[in-house]
Design a binder for this molecule. Structure first.
Ligand code: HEC
Length: 146
């Protein structure tokens, strides 16, 4: 009987440990959202001046068919507000697309490296990510968390 009790206690204990691990795991996964309003406001100014014409008001895109290429194989500009797959790319990859564009690969996104500073590029990415719902922001942030 002594043994039975201790086994039960052991099981209860390991369940408690597993639960605690699970809960702290969940807590760790919550990465604080970037919240520097000045940077986000600067990013919106950069966006409205340079990107809005192609990627739409509030980054909502200009066509629902952004995933369908034209006869030359070029894709229309996707929305950048979290409804397309912008958030699949870590911050470095987004900065690369914005700096270099996609014209060398046959796409139609212009390069911005001669027109925007690194700070502009960072600000515009933080503005865009500020538009994303929490789950999407978290999934994105986990991709480039150190
Ligand atoms: C002339 C139209 C045009 C302008 C202006 C433009 N883009 Fe794009 N952008 C595109 C197109 C088209 C694509 C799709 C990639 C391709 O060419 O295949 C794209 C793709 C992107 C992507 C990758 C999205 C993804 O989900 O992979 C990002 C990020 C992006 N643009 C950001 C910007 C930012 C920031 C600006 C302003 C500084 C900007 N774009 C200005 C046309 C444009």
């Amino acid at each position: 009987m002594g043994e039975g009790m201790s086994l039960k206690r052991l099981l209860r204990l390991s369940a408690a440990v597993a639960m605690a691990a699970l809960m702290s795991g969940t807590a760790q996964a919550q990465i604080a959202r970037f919240s520097d309003e000045e940077v986000i406001a600067r990013g919106k100014r950069v966006y409205d001046a340079n990107c809005l014409a192609c990627h739409g008001v509030d980054a909502g895109g200009i066509t629902e068919d952004w995933h369908i290429p034209d006869a030359q194989g070029r894709y229309p500009p996707p929305p950048l507000n979290g409804t397309a797959h912008t958030w699949h790319h870590p911050i470095q990859a987004l900065a690369h697309v914005i700096r270099e564009g996609t014209q060398k690969q046959g796409g139609s996104m212009p390069a911005w490296k001669d027109r925007l500073t690194d700070e502009d590029v960072f600000s515009v990415i933080m503005y865009l990510s500020s538009l994303w719902p929490d789950e999407i922001y978290q999934a994105w942030a986990e991709r480039h968390e150190p």
